[in-house]
Design a protein around this ligand. Structure first.
Ligand code: GRF
Length: 249
């Protein structure tokens, strides 16, 4: 089971989600456009019957269902392989993925986290708790991180990050909303890059390749660092924060 480099069919992406599924929605939109030639959302899975993501999949006419045994690695691998899944995308999936599945999809499973990892991640760091912790620590910058998945929550190699300034007047809700809108622009091009083989893990577990970010950069006012870049220059940082960077009163 590999991601085909010149595929005879579009790569099959499974999106796993436990919650509302707004990231799923952005992925459905992305892969309904030109990216459909190289990959498609083939299945949406959840550990929760009441996940809004399953309703979104139903509305979009995408096959969907429950992950039969989320804690049983062999069963989960069998379910994904029966669906001919090439790439697994976690989008608000709250269960730890069993090690057998992590191994089977090494370099082909992504997660998005609403903070700048390795800060504010790990077990128990999900949803509003993350943004509450960012505010409680007085962090001035947070953001979104896309990373390959390994055996621990929020730990695998980082693919891309997008910084988001923390404003003085922010609440958990306002910060969550600002980060979420960034997630929607950041995740689809990263998923496309993995699905097409443009981005992968090398034999040493390092991220190699490129994410096509032109559309994401055009759609937003910010730039961000991706793996393999040597980091932002001061000019690029100016482009990141620009006039939207909060002036402290
Ligand atoms: C997102 O903030 C994502 O980063 C995190 O869970 C949330 C899911 O939101 N892993 P949604 O269900 O995609 O709206």
């Amino acid at each position: 089971m590999t991601v085909p480099s010149s595929p005879s069919r579009p790569a099959n992406i499974a999106v796993l989600a436990s919650g509302g599924g707004s990231n799923l929605q952005s992925l459905l939109g992305h892969f309904a456009g030109p990216a459909a030639a190289s990959a498609r959302i083939a299945w949406v899975g959840s550990d929760r019957e009441d996940a809004g993501a399953l309703q979104r999949a139903a509305r979009a006419g995408v096959p969907h269902g429950l992950v039969h045994a989320p804690l049983d690695g062999a069963a989960m691998c069998a379910q994904l392989q029966a669906l001919e899944v090439d790439v697994v995308v976690l989008a608000g999936y709250l269960k730890l993925v069993p090690p057998e599945v992590v191994r089977a999809y090494h370099g082909r499973m992504l997660n998005i986290h609403p903070a700048l990892l390795p800060s504010f991640g790990g077990p128990g760091m999900w949803g509003p708790r993350i943004h509450a912790a960012v505010l409680a620590h007085g962090a001035r910058v947070t953001g979104a991180t896309v990373h390959f998945v390994d055996e621990e929550f929020d730990r695998g190699p980082i693919v891309a990050q997008w910084p988001v300034p923390v404003l003085m007047a922010d609440t958990v809700e306002s910060l969550a909303a600002r980060v979420l809108s960034v997630e929607h622009a950041l995740y689809p091009p990263c998923v496309e890059a993995v699905a097409t083989g443009a981005l992968r893990l090398d034999a040493n577990g390092r991220v190699v390749g490129r994410v096509g970010l032109a559309a994401a950069e055009k759609s937003g006012a910010v730039r961000f660092a991706v793996a393999q870049s040597s980091g932002p220059t001061s000019h690029e940082l100016g482009a990141v924060f620009g006039p939207s960077f909060p002036q402290q009163p």
